[in-house]
Design a binder for this molecule. Sequence first.
Ligand SMILES: *Cc1c(COP(=O)(O)O)cnc(C)c1O
Length: 397
Amino acid sequence: MSNPLSYLHDQLEQWRAEGTFQRLRILETASAAEARFDGKQVINLASNNYLGLTTHPKLREAALAAIRQFGVGSGAVRTISGTMRIHMQLEERIAAFKNVEACVVFQSGFAANAGTVSAILGPEDHIVSDELNHASIIDGCRLSRAKIHVFPHKDAAAAEKILSDLDSLPGRKLLITDGVFSMDGDIGALPGLTEAAERHGAMMMVDDAHASGVLGRNGRGTIDHFGLDGRVHIQVGTLSKAIGVLGGYVCGSRDLIEFLYHRARPFLFSTSHPPAVAAACLAAFDVLEKEPERIEQLWKNTRYFKAGLESAGFNTGISETPITPVIVGDAALAHQLSRELFDGGVLATGIGFPTVPKGKARVRTIVASTHTKAELDTALEVFRRVGKKLGILGAGI
Ligand SMILES: *Cc1c(COP(=O)(O)O)cnc(C)c1O
């Protein structure tokens, strides 16, 4: 009998032949600025641990204390018996930090986006979405069965044109964008989009996964960065990146949050965070307020490393944040660059289609506040050497 799964094998073989097959690298230490993967010590430019919080002593201690006091699991979904006091404390803490009425924490940023969009909209509604929005937004849009209208990247005028065309149609309208785009590191067109949403009575939603802990006062995100407090109805953030732990959250009005308590499917049907996760996240918000020098150092490192890549002659695209892509075009070349960098002691992931458009393949770098200048200099040197070897940089540079 033939194997009904053989098509999977065939596809994998094709990816191997194309040079785009991805083997998982195994991290053998903590996720830190330097770490050991597959037995090799490397400078880690592939993590979202922007502020070094994954290993911060205060977060570790908070997690350990919570485990001693409350154990390792919450025992149930939030709506049955899995809402612990510490979950509520975290939500109140985030709401205060973000200057909004209320907050709900999900198991991940992915669950926050997908769970929220699918809960608040239905088939009769309309979503106006940036073409480069994160996969979790796209999945949430599809799950909602609302009509999806995609606008060209960061084009607020195009988004407004779509909203105008929808003015005469029934149904609710949601305008949605990433705050920082994860593949190019550019910042969303929030002011223009927010104005467009206001002019057409649409709901405005921003996914700030890569902006939380990075942009705005003490890392409050893009809404704070642009001074748009009170004008964005739904703010999503993650606890998995700069915050250093795991989770996602939605901030907004008390009504929005109570509604999500009743209708967001990941909230209703998937178990809540272990208490240690909530405790570590709470400690992380203390660190954001008490150690602003971490964010200052993150931006200092970002400017230094970006300038180094650019002066070497790499194409870093349109990045405005610590996410700095090195765009090489061809996917196989991007993966080869990533492998050669690794051999040289630098971890930076190769990314190709479908994560980025065809012909825009890249190696993505993300610096952290915890990288030393010596580490960044070493990484730049390896980039230059490998870039020349692979013909990405002209030999004369
Ligand atoms: C990483 C990311 C998410 C998902 O967050 P997790 O907490 O890792 O699930 C959502 N949106 C954007 C834009 C992201 O970059």
